[in-house]
Design a protein around this ligand. Structure first.
Ligand code: SAH
Length: 342
């Protein structure tokens, strides 16, 4: 059965016309699904019984089951969802003073193979559909009885390797008739799929693009991130410049600091050279060590020295707050299957 959450409002209108219904019904259905967050077509009480029957016969509502919920001492919550085909994924809810931010997964597993990231450990199973990505958000809103205000595509998977579904999920999350989270409150993070960055620049979506850079020369970056063998730093930076020119949006560069690897002043100097003059911001992440991983967190002293060097040389940089590390919900700690899962 088709997942009704896979359809953006325009496509849902077409589906309804095919069923012999008026297209404005799509707006009513959107309200039930994305504002009221109902779990059954029977709850859509302003639709005729006949239409509710048709919907039941043609679509599912794709309601995830919570397999596990862990709450960190800092308030961060990690969910393990059963995505209804025997697979499971993790989603993380973070509470900030300005509201709730949700870190969504985009794939079951990941193909990128970054050496410092746990998500890559058990290989790749499949893409999540757009409706499944949106359901991550709805399931959390139902469970916590909250409204989420920011979405970051930084969970398991490479968003730009599941391009169409991710873009469609942004359209759904964005829709004023539904969840209504502005594109500026949505961030998409990529390990650097260069052709897809060019494509994204042409979409005319005002979301924030984050680039996982982590190193300033090809030798070091390729060692950390195999994708760099396919698209070099030079090609990546060129794509970013094109993206900024076209969209006028500031890019956020993620740089995970690992002790004795990429955290000394020479690296900071090279980073300044690489990013000089670009409309950008650097997000420094103290790297989280994964099981059997060789990268360990930089000292606080090195992290601050790195940050200050960037700021003093014209590149704005901040250190990302570490949330949820006690429940393995921090950057790079999410897994396709939870190892403790029964
Ligand atoms: N595949 C996408 C999005 C998922 S990762 C990407 O690569 O951008 C989200 C962010 O967490 C990325 O910047 C990623 O490089 C970073 N990350 C992964 N493992 C990490 C770790 N062990 N410590 C800190 N950050 C990590």
């Amino acid at each position: 059965m088709k997942n009704i959450k896979d359809y953006n409002i325009e496509d849902l209108k077409q589906e309804l016309i095919k069923l012999g219904e008026k297209s404005y019904r799509a707006e009513q259905i959107f309200k039930w699904i994305y504002i009221d967050n109902v779990t059954s077509f029977d709850d859509m009480t302003n639709l005729s019984l006949d239409l509710r029957e048709k919907l039941k016969n043609n679509f599912s509502l794709c309601i995830f089951k919570i397999l596990r919920k862990q709450v960190s001492k800092d308030g961060t919550i990690k969910y393990l969802f059963d995505v209804l085909d025997g697979n499971s994924i993790e989603t993380v809810l973070m509470k900030y003073h300005h509201g709730y931010s949700l870190c969504v997964s985009t794939q079951i597993g990941c193909k990128m193979g970054c050496k410092f990231c746990a998500s890559t450990g058990i290989g790749f199973e499949r893409n999540l559909s757009s409706g499944e990505i949106v359901e991550e958000l709805l399931a959390v809103e139902r469970d916590e009885k909250i409204k989420i205000s920011n979405v970051v595509f930084m969970g398991i998977g490479e968003p730009l390797d599941n391009y169409d579904n991710v873009i469609n999920s942004i359209k759904i999350i964005n829709n004023p008739k539904g969840i209504n989270i502005g594109a500026r409150h949505i961030s998409v993070s990529t390990s650097g799929l260069v052709p897809m960055i060019y494509k994204l620049a042409d979409e005319n979506i005002q979301c924030t693009l984050s680039i996982s850079l982590h190193a300033t020369n090809n030798e070091k970056r390729s060692e950390m991130m195999p994708i760099n063998n396919k698209y070099s730093i030079e090609e990546l930076i060129q794509a970013c410049k094109d993206y900024i020119d076209k969209t006028n949006r500031r890019i956020s560069f993620e740089y995970a600091l690992a002790k004795d690897n990429n955290d000394n002043l020479e690296d900071a100097k090279e980073l300044v050279k690489l990013l000089k003059g670009m409309l950008c911001h650097v997000n420094l992440i103290p790297i989280n060590k994964i099981d059997n991983g060789k990268y360990v967190k930089s000292s606080n002293e090195n992290i601050l020295r790195f940050r200050d060097y960037l700021n003093e040389h014209g590149i704005t940089a901040t250190v990302r707050r570490e949330l949820g590390s006690d429940i393995e919900a921090a950057c790079g700690q999410l897994r396709r299957k939870n190892l403790n899962q029964e």
